[in-house]
Ligand binder design. Structure first.
Ligand code: RTP
Ligand code: MG
Length: 147
């Protein structure tokens, strides 16, 4: 069973899209095991986006992600990392397939509403820097036997 780190970015919180976004993952059949509204410190943002350091969009990205509250989440399920990325859609809203979160609600790459881990390694790393194990709630998700 995989886990992934998803985060509604400050634009999604400000646009009141948290419920809409959470709902899409719930309806897909994924299991929510942790969630919190929080501010991202500069230090945490730099750790989270370390792979992008030096790229032209890095500084504005750090400024953006620290500019207001985010809704951080851990989701669980078979192949949850790839499934969540497919629900999210491509980074650039112009290329995102209709029906994905980014195609349906985002206009610009810099304000693309949500982050999703891109591999097992990043998921474990990101969950580790954003969540204390005690903040995650293991429970039997009875819907799993139907999906
Ligand atoms: P994320 O990490 O936020 O889930 O997004 P992603 O995997 O789809 O995209 P990634 O390549 O990891 O880039 C991280 C975030 O940086 C911004 N970005 N801007 N202007 C640009 O060319 C550009 N490229 C990336 C986006 O906000 C992207 O989500
Ligand atoms: Mg990424």
């Amino acid at each position: 069973m995989e886990q992934t780190f998803l985060m509604v970015k400050p634009d999604g919180v400000q646009r009141s899209l948290v419920g809409e976004i959470v709902s899409r993952f719930e309806k897909k059949g994924l299991q929510l095991v942790g969630a919190k509204l929080m501010m991202v410190s500069k230090e945490l943002a730099e750790r989270h986006y370390a792979e992008h350091k030096g790229k032209p969009f890095y500084e504005p990205l750090i400024e953006f992600i620290t500019s207001g509250p985010v809704f951080a989440m851990v989701w669980q399920g078979d192949q949850v990392i790839a499934l969540a990325r497919s629900v999210i859609g491509k980074t650039n809203a112009v290329e995102a397939a209709p029906g994905t979160i980014r195609a349906d609600f985002a206009v610009h790459t810099n304000f693309n509403l949500i982050h999703g881990s891109d591999s097992v390694e990043s998921a474990q790393r990101e969950i580790g820097i954003f969540f204390d194990p005690a903040e995650m709630v293991p429970y039997e998700h009875t819907i799993q036997r139907w999906i």
